[in-house]
Design a binder for this molecule. Structure first.
Ligand code: GLU
Length: 424
């Protein structure tokens, strides 16, 4: 092998778009599906790249850039969140939309995948600027979305308030109220009860099912969580309610560790008051790398992509890795975790609770009849357990990783839809 080639293979592939393309190709082959399925899914069906001016509080005009990727319409309209982050790229948004297709397929939702992103740092924007960015982005993509075309939702650094502005802007453009154009809205505007905690709740349901399979007693278990946003902080609370000791968490500003278990409710209050988990009384500081490699039973990456690299994976000492984030484990790291007998609950299963309750929200908006929180949670429980069962049995029967099994289950559905449409 030439020196450059050796160097190239030694560098881990970290472009999520290439990673998901390759995962799809391999899973289509492993599942014995027609090669045309992988061919069709290699690129999003439609990608919109936009730029839009926003007047900042100091009177200056700044141009913002954003994207919306709509992966496939084989199963129905596309669905997926909008991310506000300084490192958003087109390839990242494309990859995230492809993961959404796979996620919807695992659960059996009547959607293809979509994803949007705006390159910005919401932490540096005032509320007024954030509102104008949110509305500006929706004006720019309005012609390409709609309740039966593409339905956005929250993602990294966007929330119910951002969804409210976006829904309002879209409704003003179309001249009628359109709650079903976006999910993750405030309850008063047609949001669903249970949506806010759905990603974490779904994740904890699959952890519970997996723990049962491997004989892990949650009452005796410990967990470390990377990321303390919507998914991470609520997963911490729900796990501690099940008797799990949450021993370490972090966020973008720092991490905290207490081997006896952190008081999650107090930690949430500390973050609300100070903006970070860092400096939580009674805890020791911990770096991201230390957190990811801490001896514990359950490790939950709940932040961004490519956090568990090959080098980190060598030192992961958890029994279960539950991917609340999208794409947190690199393919090389995946191989290492599997070799070390660590059960990886893949993102497209482990964090699918969010889009599942988004689907419930959309259904409630369309029928204009709203369910109780208990009904929402029961339906979520039923779909998550069913999805876990089918992925887990494929994993056992086909002797593949849980990720490959989840892809196989999902792609079989997408392929069936394509075949029925006459695409194959
Ligand atoms: N952004 C979330 C995800 O990555 C939720 C998407 C949705 O609710 O449509 O799954």
């Amino acid at each position: 092998m030439a020196a450059e080639q050796i160097a190239a293979t030694a560098v881990e592939e970290l472009n999520p778009f290439h990673i998901v393309q390759q995962e799809i190709r391999q899973a289509v082959e492993a599942a014995g599906l027609p090669a045309a399925v992988a061919e069709i899914l290699q690129e999003p069906a439609r990608v919109v790249a936009v730029s839009f001016p926003v007047r900042m509080d100091n009177g200056e005009v700044r141009l913002f850039r954003g994207f919306r990727s709509q992966h496939t319409f084989a199963l129905g309209p596309t669905k997926g969140g909008i991310r506000f982050h300084p490192q958003v790229t087109l390839d990242e948004v494309k990859a995230l939309s492809m993961w959404m297709t796979l996620k919807c397929g695992v659960i059996g939702l009547p959607y293809g995948g979509g994803k949007g992103g705006v390159i910005c740092n919401p932490k540096e924007l005032s509320q007024g600027e954030l509102e104008r960015v949110s509305r500006g982005y929706i004006r720019a993509i309005a012609a390409f979305i709609g309740p039966d075309v593409d339905i956005p939702a929250p993602d990294v650094y966007t929330n119910a308030q951002v969804m409210a502005w976006m829904m309002d802007e879209y409704s003003q453009i179309t001249g009628r109220p359109v709650p079903a154009v976006i999910t993750g809205k405030p309850i008063i505007l047609g949001g669903s009860l249970g949506r806010n905690e759905a990603t974490a709740r779904g994740c904890v349901i699959v952890i519970r099912e997996a723990a049962r399979e491997i004989g892990l007693d949650l009452q005796q278990a410990t967990a470390a969580i990377q990321g303390f946003g919507n998914a991470g902080s609520i997963a911490a609370r729900l796990l501690s309610e099940l008797g799990v000791r949450v021993i370490a968490v972090n966020d973008s500003r720092g991490g905290v560790y207490n081997p006896d278990g952190l008081d999650v409710a107090a930690l949430v209050r500390h973050k609300q008051a100070t903006g970070s988990v860092a400096g939580f009384p009674g805890s020791q500081p911990i770096s991201t790398e230390e957190l990811l490699t801490l001896p514990c039973d359950i490790l939950i990456p709940a932040a961004l992509e490519n956090q568990i690299t090959a080098a980190v994976a060598e030192r992961v000492r958890a029994r279960i890795v539950a991917e609340a984030a999208n794409g947190p484990t690199t393919p090389e790291a995946d191989v290492i975790l599997t070799a070390h007998n660590i059960l990886v609950l893949p993102d497209i299963l482990a964090n699918a609770g969010g889009v599942t309750v988004s689907y419930f929200e959309w259904v409630q908006n369309l029928q204009q009849y709203y369910w109780t929180e208990q009904e929402v949670n029961q339906r979520l429980e039923a779909l998550m357990v069913k999805a876990f069962r089918s992925v887990y049995s494929t994993y056992r029967e086909k002797n593949v990783t849980m990720r490959r099994a989840a892809y196989m289950v999902s792609l079989a559905r997408v392929a069936e839809a394509m075949k029925s449409r006459g695409w194959l």
